[in-house]
Design a protein around this ligand. Structure first.
Ligand code: FES
Length: 357
C-alpha cells in the first residue's frame, strides 16, 4: 500500500544525484521501520505515459527496535539516462512536494550484530551500505565495517562527506578503500575498474588474517562489479551463504534462455493470494504471473519488472513455473519454493502463488 509522504529536505550530492528526505508522520512511524539495507518503492504518474514504480535504497540509519519508528527517511537517487522518475527527482522535485511511497521492503539487509562486515560497492550501490554502516557502528560497539567502493571520479561519488563523518567518529572500526575508474588518484588505490583479479588482490591487504572471520559480505552495484566480487570471493573460499547481493538497473541484467516449455499457454489459470484475499484468473497467452495478477489486482507488489529487485517475490503453492531470469532470489529461496512473479510463466495448467508468505 502506498502512503503520501512529504519531502522535507533535498541535498544535492553530485551533479546527477540527490538525497531526498521524507517526513514520516507519527501514525506511520511503525509502518516505516526498516532494517539497514532495505529500500522504498515509489509510485510516479508522469504527465504522459504509464504509472512507474521505482525502488530506492534508504541511506539513513535505522532506529533501535525499542525506540519509536523513524521520523524521517532519506533515500539516494541518481539520474540514470532515460530515467523518467530519476530525472523528475534530481531536476524538478522541491521541498514540500508529496511522493507516494510503500513501506520498506527488501532482503539485502544487515541486522546489527557484533562481528566484521565487508561491502564491495559501485556507484549508487553505496546507498544501502551507508545505512548499514551508520546503524551498525552506532549500535554495536564491537562491530567493524570495511567498504571497498568504486566510482568514476571523486566528483561523481555519492555520500563522500557522510562516510568521512562516520570515519571521524569511528576511525578504528570503519575502513574505507576507494578506487576511481577514470581519475588519477594522489593516494590510495591505483586508477581502474574493480575486476575480479583486482578485488582478489586487494582483500588480503584490507582484511589480512581476518578474511575468514567476515560474518557478512554485501555486494551492491552494477552487474559487472557484483559478478566480479562474487567470483573473487568464491576463489577466496568464502561461504556463499555469507554473501548478499543487490543489483542495480534491471536493463543491465541479461535474461537466461527461457526453458522451451515456459511460454504461457492460453488456458492456464493463475491463483494469487495477496493481503489475505485470493482470486483465480485465466492467463492470456504470453503473460507472466504478475501481468495476470495486475490485470485483476492493481495492488500486486512490483517495482523493476526485470527480475532484479525482488519486490514481486511470492511463494509457489501449487503447480510449476519457469522464470525468465532471476537476479533477486538466493538459491535457498528458490529451493524453498519462492519465485519472482514478474519473471514466472506457468509450466502447468494451474498455478497458485502467495504474496503474503
Ligand atoms: S518486480 Fe522486480 S524482481 Fe519482479
Amino acid at each position: 500500500m502506498f502512503h503520501p509522504l512529504t519531502v522535507s529536505r533535498l541535498d544535492h550530492l553530485t551533479e546527477d544525484s540527490v538525497a531526498v528526505t521524507l517526513d514520516v508522520p507519527p501514525e506511520l512511524r511503525d509502518t516505516f521501520r526498516h532494517v539497514p539495507g532495505q529500500h522504498l518503492t515509489f509510485r510516479h504518474t508522469p504527465e504522459v505515459g504509464e504509472e512507474l514504480r521505482r525502488n530506492y535504497s534508504i541511506c539513513s540509519a535505522a532506529p533501535p527496535a525499542d525506540a519509536p519508528g523513524p521520523a524521517h527517511l532519506t533515500v539516494g537517487v541518481r539520474h540514470i539516462d532515460g530515467g523518467v522518475f530519476s530525472a523528475h527527482v534530481v531536476k524538478e522535485l522541491k521541498v514540500g512536494d508529496t511522493l507516494h511511497v510503500m513501506p520498506p521492503t527488501g532482503r539485502f539487509v544487515l541486522p546489527p550484530a557484533p562481528g566484521r562486515y565487508v561491502a564491495i560497492v559501485g556507484g549508487s550501490g553505496v546507498t544501502p551500505v551507508l545505512s548499514m554502516a551508520a546503524t551498525l557502528l552506532a549500535r554495536e560497539p564491537a562491530a567493524r565495517f570495511t567498504v571497498l567502493r568504486c566510482d568514476r571520479s571523486a566528483a561523481s561519488t555519492m555520500f563522500l562527506e557522510e562516510f568521512a563523518d562516520l570515519k571521524d567518529r569511528c576511525p578504528s572500526r570503519l575502513q574505507l578503500a576507494h578506487a576511481f575508474s577514470r581519475e588519477e588518484q594522489q593516494a590510495g588505490l591505483a586508477t581502474g575498474r574493480l575486476d575480479a583479479p583486482r578485488i582478489a588482490a586487494l582483500l588480503p591487504s584490507l582484511l589480512g588474517e581476518t578474511l575468514p572471520d567476515v560474518a557478512g559480505w554485501y555486494l551492491c552495484g552494477p552487474l559487472g562489479l557484483v559478478e566480479a566480487a562474487r567470483g573473487a570471493l568464491r576463489e577466496a573460499g568464502v561461504d556463499r551463504r555469507r554473501v548478499h547481493t543487490e543489483l542495480f538497473h534491471a536493463d543491465a541484467a541479461p535474461a537466461v534462455e527461457r526453458p522451451p516449455k515456459a511460454v504461457t499457454a492460453a488456458g492456464s489459470r493463475a491463483t494469487a493470494t495477496l493481503d489475505g484475499r485470493s482470486g483465480t484468473w485465466p492467463m492470456r497467452s504470453g503473460e507472466t504471473l504478475l501481468e495476470t495478477v495486475l490485470r485483476n489486482r492493481s495492488d500486486a507488489p512490483y517495482a523493476c519488472k526485470g527480475g532484479v529487485c525482488g519486490t514481486c517475490r511470492a511463494h509457489l503453492v501449487r503447480g510449476e513455473v519457469g522464470m525468465d531470469r532471476n537476479y533477486a532470489l538466493e538459491p535457498e529461496e528458490v529451493a524453498d519454493g519462492y519465485v519472482l512473479a514478474c519473471q514466472s510463466r506457468p509450466l502447468t495448467a494451474e498455478v497458485a502463488i502467495d504474496f503474503d508468505a
